[in-house]
Design a protein around this ligand. Sequence first.
Ligand SMILES: [Zn+2]
Length: 141
Amino acid sequence: MNITADTRCPCGTGETYGSCCGRLHAAFDADGSLTAPTPEALMRSRFTAFAVGHEAYLLATWAPQTRPESLGLDESLRWYRLDVLGSTGGPFDAAGTVEFAAHYRSVPGTPEGQRVKGVQRENSRFVRNGGAWYYLDGNVS
Ligand SMILES: [Zn+2]
């Protein structure tokens, strides 16, 4: 997905990428800082990282105890819409949750040739460690 600072952020806040998830990605790219203030902000920035293929950010924001070695992002899927259905956890909590629906569809012209479209619903758990939020795990429904 081609995205610039002025593109509408894929996470669906209605803000531009540069003033939404792009700020979190840029802080990480600069010096590894994880600056999402809440589980929902982290969730949104991770969805956007999926949308733009920022694998390093996805791994860095994964709690060490559940983090995979690598992700192998599926290039044939495009994550194009996020609906946050509910969330808990703020800047002073140690844990939180985000319930969301992430919409995806296949990229036209992929080798499989099949058009895939779907929604992944998940209730994710997040933990705060050293001032930064991390994705712990999720129940896919
Ligand atoms: Zn965003």
